[in-house]
Design a protein around this ligand. Structure first.
Ligand code: SF4
Length: 215
């Protein structure tokens, strides 16, 4: 581990968030990729509200590949960017159905060829399915890692690289979720709740006047 305090920070995260896993509801590779595509720029809660009906109407890659676009759009309408996401879902499902025989491909390059799947989405899938260690950097991971000075770059892919170099790959999956949980619950974009933050003592960005225990 790169820095002496990292071990203590991870222990604190482990105690805070002992069950670091996705808050999306899914029970198959198919449901995972659909949920992850829908979750871009949208809360997991909103995605979870839409997917039960969506998966009942379109239970497989094949069923989704045959969807009529207007009907598909309607069924994911509460989701941000539902029009472009509906197009991506349809295109992704067609490729998985026709080219991969209804099996989600298991390599990064093949995943990233699918519509709606960029590096971050592919990382989430690879990590979630235990195919290979990956560290997806979303908006929360990016913000919290930088505030905690675990990474310094202003570019997402460089933050990913810095985190990968700093932490052993066995911890990447958990670290991804810990930073997301912390970003959603405490270290929010607008007003981080530093006075309630259990890892404030490790954080150079804390608002120190409000932290009694720190220093
Ligand atoms: S102390 Fe504040 S800025 Fe630092 S991690 Fe906690 S909430 Fe975020």
């Amino acid at each position: 581990m790169g820095h002496a305090s990292d071990r203590k920070l991870l222990k604190e995260f482990e105690a805070l968030y002992p069950d670091p896993r996705s808050e999306l509801n899914f029970s198959s590779d198919y449901q995972l990729i659909v949920s992850v595509i829908l979750s871009a720029q949208c809360t997991d809660k909103k995605v979870n509200e839409v997917t039960p009906q969506l998966f009942s109407t379109y239970p497989s890659f094949e069923a989704l590949s045959k969807a009529m676009l207007p009907k598909l759009e309607k069924s994911i309408r509460p989701i941000n960017y539902y029009r472009s996401k509906a197009k991506n879902l349809l295109s992704m499902a067609k490729v998985v159905h026709e080219k991969h025989h209804d099996k989600l491909p298991r390599s990064r390059s093949e995943l990233e060829e699918l519509a709606g799947v960029g590096r971050k989405t592919a990382s989430v899938i690879l990590s979630q399915l235990g195919i290979e260690p990956a560290l997806a950097v979303d908006t929360h991971v990016f913000r919290v890692a930088r505030r905690l000075h675990l990474a310094s770059s202003e570019k997402r892919d460089e933050v990913e690289q810095q985190l990968r170099e700093r932490f052993p790959k066995e911890i990447w999956h958990h670290l991804h979720h810990w930073l997301i949980f912390h970003g959603r619950r405490v270290c929010k974009a607008q007003r981080p709740a530093c006075e309630q933050c259990a890892v404030a003592v490790f954080c150079p960005s804390r608002q120190s006047s409000t932290i009694k225990k720190a220093s």
